[in-house]
Design a protein around this ligand. Structure first.
Ligand SMILES: C[S@@+](CC[C@H](N)C(=O)[O-])C[C@H]1O[C@@H](n2cnc3c(N)ncnc32)[C@H](O)[C@@H]1O
Length: 233
């Protein structure tokens, strides 16, 4: 299984998606359907809405960190983990110097009253470090169907959470053998999540979360992710 998230094209696409997709000129040539912009912030907001404790949050598969910065507005500590060294270098630079330049564009996290500066590290969601700690909230936005072994990832979440911790999974359910061997697909995805989580979590909300990911100024992918929020018993 390869990780295709190291290229400059993908870096630019995710920088635009995480730091420019609130802007009216994100896709300048045609109006967009309502409610599709600002996906990383909306994911963070949904997790925050259901969270009870605001000590620490984990953004697993954080890419360039847009949701991590939004979580940092309310959590005392935020950690973003991603497999892509290029994404993590970029997110770390945004955290330490407040901006990142790529060709002619400068990207910056939204200014505001942040409670903490998020930290970023490379890592494998299917093989998390033993000493990662325990989190009050875990976000996995559009990660599940990009993992080689989603069940292995889910099985580790119990030891990095505590009762009342909240988990948010969003997924386009785009299972693809380029990322996940067919026998490891969680299919149908929500049933797969219930199978792996019901013993120790309760599903508290399921909702549709549309988003637009721009390929370039005249082409974009319109996706409706399935989101589910779970509370640890
Ligand atoms: C579809 S992107 C979603 C990024 C971000 N959460 C968002 O919603 O925009 C999937 C992300 O997962 C990361 N990823 C893929 N496999 C991973 C793994 N095994 N462990 C951690 N991150 C992984 C990729 O590098 C990429 O940043």
């Amino acid at each position: 299984m390869s990780n295709s998230y190291e290229s400059e094209t993908l870096l630019r696409q995710y920088l635009d998606f995480h730091y420019r997709s609130q802007d009216a000129d994100y896709l300048p040539h045609h109006p967009l359907p309502a409610g599709v912009l600002g996906y990383p912030e909306r994911c963070a907001a949904k997790l925050i809405e259901h969270s009870k404790h605001f000590g620490s949050a984990l953004d697993l598969g954080c890419a360039v960190g847009g949701s991590s910065f939004a979580l940092a507005n309310v959590f005392d500590q935020v950690l973003g983990i991603d497999f892509s060294a290029s994404f993590i270098r970029t997110a770390s630079q945004l955290a330490t110097s407040g901006e990142f330049r790529l060709s002619e564009k400068t990207y910056a996290p939204p200014s505001g009253n942040r409670k903490c500066t998020p930290k970023f590290q490379t890592g494998d969601a299917c093989n998390l470090p033993e000493d990662l700690g325990v989190f009050d909230a875990v976000l996995m936005a559009n990660l599940l169907c990009r993992l080689p072994d989603p069940a292995a990832c889910l099985s580790q979440l119990k030891k990095i959470t505590r009762p009342d911790s909240v988990l948010l999974f969003t997924t386009p359910c785009s299972w693809d053998e380029a990322f996940t061997p067919r026998e490891k697909w969680l299919w149908p995805t929500l049933e797969g999540l219930h199978e792996h989580l019901d013993g120790w979590c309760e599903c508290i909300e399921v909702l549709e979360m549309p988003f637009v990911l721009k390929d370039h100024e005249r082409r974009a992918q319109f996706t409706v992710a399935q989101a589910s929020i779970w509370k640890v018993r």
